[in-house]
Design a protein around this ligand. Structure first.
Ligand code: BT5
Length: 267
């Protein structure tokens, strides 16, 4: 199996300039948290395989060996902590743009999924580490199903997940895609790091949204409600309208969005 080598493609100045590579690891997010304090901003931890890959809210992330891109970026922005959660949208927009650079069209399912043919091909997990005096680091973990085969997905995932290889019917160059994600991430991240400006990522998330205009189920805590998705606002919140006519702006941390029948059946 070829080790990750992105020297030919990386144009970013600080994102991905330092990479910690592992054959196997529990979770790149866990490892990134361990080294965040000493690491330079933009340091990336990547692994061929994760044995305890993490999704949001304690869920699992399937990460078979050598077939995906499972990595975490360490970030140290100076913006207010309330702004920091929006970084997930920068990750989503960067993956969308990188796939486009590879000639692959995709959609963004707010706040943290990339979707092709109605199935999830990438998930993003943003975590924060709080330090003294209100300072913090961010770990943005990105998992992309690059060359996974049908048999890499268990029964539960088969109808809601796919890989680039399954969509394209041929292998996709992991090195190129990895570098393209890092390059695009840096371009979108710089205005955010400097002035909290996330407009371009929001615009992309809106333009490529698979949710806007759809009827969805909103799952949060023990509640499940049906609503129509109206928009993504300039703060990166999802604006929904319930059947009783009330509208609400949802923050990314609090909910999961599903199609009426399954993951994103009505797309
Ligand atoms: C996510 O959570 O989508 C965040 C996934 C983040 C993974 C990266 S890999 C590098 C870094 N290190 C980590 O440990 N994590 C990050 P969520 O929205 O909660 O979705 C999780 C759900 O997606 C699971 O409950 C499954 O239903 C589904 N799932 C699990 N593995 C999948 C895969 N490989 N492809 C598509 N769907 C998957």
């Amino acid at each position: 199996m070829k080790k990750i080598d992105i020297r030919d493609y990386l144009t970013a100045n600080f994102i991905g300039r330092s990479i910690e590579y592992h054959e196997t690891i529990t979770s790149t997010n866990i490892r990134a948290k361990e080294i965040a304090r000493e690491a330079d901003e933009g340091t990336v931890v990547i692994a061929e395989e994760q044995t305890m890959g993490k999704g949001r809210l304690g869920r699992n992330w399937t990460s078979p060996k050598g077939k995906g891109l499972w990595f975490s970026i360490i970030l140290k922005p100076k913006v207010k902590v309330e702004e920091a959660t929006k970084i997930t949208l920068i990750g989503a927009a960067a993956v969308y743009k990188a796939l486009k650079d590879m000639g692959i069209e995709s959609y963004i399912k707010w706040p943290n999924d990339i979707v092709i043919d109605g199935k999830k091909v990438c998930g993003i997990l943003t975590e924060m580490i709080f330090r003294d005096k209100g300072s913090y680091f961010i770990i943005i973990g990105i998992g992309i199903n690059v060359n996974l085969d049908e048999e890499d997905f268990n029964e539960d995932l088969k109808n809601k997940a796919t890989s680039l290889k399954l969509v394209r019917r041929s292998e996709v160059d992991r090195n190129k895609l990895f570098a393209y994600v890092l390059n695009n991430f840096e371009i979108l991240y710089i205005p955010f790091k400097e002035k909290g400006d996330i407009r371009e990522a929001i615009e992309i998330s809106r333009e490529r949204s698979i949710l806007i205009g759809k009827e969805v189920r909103i799952i949060g805590g023990n509640r499940e409600k049906t609503a129509r998705v109206l928009d993504i606002d300039n703060e990166g919140q999802l604006i929904v309208k319930y059947r009783d006519g009330k509208t609400e702006a949802l923050f990314s941390g609090e909910v999961s969005i599903r199609g009426m029948e399954g993951y994103m059946d009505n797309c």
